[in-house]
Write a protein that binds this ligand. Structure first.
Ligand code: PLP
Length: 380
């Protein structure tokens, strides 16, 4: 949180809303005319800040959003966002009333939730729009085909529910040639036929995440559900030449101290770095509590004064150190970029993910809560 009374320590995440809109337009290029983007803004918009990100996307024309939890949906509603909000994680017992009161659209994951929601809607003389989730092969949540065939006649008679949408989720869409994805598309098509046979005609049909959107056309869909590509993360390395994404989040921190250390000095916990020469070391007020992973000890990099400079010593909870011995003119207050771009150089979320053996999703979600987000309307 930014505090109006005093300036924060000089570490922050800059969120480039122009880049977000650019990435949205990239996603839209893969949509056919009858398809629109349902933007995935769960997990605080992958760490970018759900309220400002959603507001920006609303201004850019997006009408549908997805979050994971009721709490995430309420944050958006309380910020005055009245667009359609799909809650991917479904409705837990006791939450039914809130879905109705706040006009939220639950994803139906099982029969029990359908019965509970319909009963609560009935008590309030309301009718709630829901999206039916089918497990077409993800192996996670939703109705299996066989369960659905049994349940559809019952679902149709539930008076409190309106089946507005039917959806599924792809397990292997990031593989350009995947028999799994082809099979999931087939099964999802079979579900669409089951619905027709049962006399249920959902207005919305959706299947594709970012990778599905870029790599796997599903013409029957009315919505697509990109998340990571909106934030500039590549949905799959194989799609790099089909996309021109821009990083949205730039993690920056300014030099707090410059320290001249003689040759043979140990730096940070455990002295895992020893200066090999008389060295100039810059200390930045950012650490693993801010999402700068401890695995970057002795191997991270920062962009500073148009150059890549190495992180030395262990990453601490609140500090990191850079070797700036070879950087002419370096001064206290200089701003370093740890993630994102500066001076024509870039350290992308995908670069971090490769180094840390994870995915860019996790990188962005783990930028610490105590790192203030600063929103910029125009790219630097
Ligand atoms: C159901 C569902 N749809 C869409 C998405 C967005 O996926 P991506 O960020 O890969 O575009 C997610 C993200 O995990 C999801 O769980």
């Amino acid at each position: 949180m930014l505090n109006a009374e005093f300036p924060p320590r000089p570490s922050w995440a800059e969120i480039d809303l122009a880049a977000l809109e650019h990435n949205l337009r990239q996603a839209e290029q893969f949509c056919s005319p009858q398809q629109r983007v349902l933007a995935v803004v769960k997990a605080d918009a992958y760490g970018h800040g759900a309220v400002p990100v959603t507001r920006c996307l609303v201004a850019a024309g997006v009408t549908d959003f997805a979050v994971a939890t009721l709490e995430e949906a309420l944050e958006l509603r309380r910020a005055g966002i009245d667009q359609r909000l799909l809650v991917l994680g479904g409705c837990y017992p006791g939450q039914e009333g809130a879905f109705i009161d706040y006009s939220l659209t639950p994803v139906l994951l099982d029969a029990d939730a359908a019965l509970r929601l319909s009963a609560e809607a009935g008590r309030r003389q309301a009718r709630l729009s829901v999206h039916l989730k089918v497990d077409s092969g993800m192996g996670r949540v939703g109705f299996l085909l066989e369960q659905l065939a049994d349940f559809l006649p019952r679902l149709k008679t539930l008076p409190g529910l309106r089946i507005e949408g039917v959806m599924s989720h792809l397990a292997c869409a990031d593989e350009p040639e995947s028999a799994v994805t082809a099979g999931q598309q087939e099964r999802f098509r079979a579900v669409l036929q089951l619905l027709v046979a049962a006399g249920i005609a959902p207005r919305e049909i959706h299947l594709s995440n970012s990778a599905g959107l870029v790599g796997w056309n599903f013409p029957e869909a009315t919505l697509v559900r990109p998340g990571i590509m909106l934030y500039g993360g590549l949905p799959a390395a194989a799609f790099a030449d089909r996309l021109e994404l821009k990083p949205v989040l730039h993690l920056r921190s300014c030099i707090s101290q410059l320290r001249a250390l003689p040759q043979g000095s140990g730096v940070s916990y455990g002295h895992h770095f020893q200066t090999q020469r008389d060295s100039l070391v810059a200390v930045l007020p950012i650490g693993y509590a801010d999402g700068y992973n401890r695995l970057f000890s002795n191997c991270g990099q920062a962009i500073l004064r148009g150059r890549m400079v190495p992180v030395i010593g262990r990453v601490c909870m609140d500090w990191i150190m850079l070797d700036v011995t070879d950087l002419p003119g370096v001064a206290v207050g200089d701003c370093a970029t740890l993630l994102g771009s500066a001076d024509g150089l870039c350290i992308s979320g995908d670069d971090w993910a490769e180094q840390l053996d994870t995915i860019s999703y996790e990188i962005y979600c783990r930028i610490g809560q105590r790192v203030p987000r600063r929103y910029q309307q125009e790219s630097r």
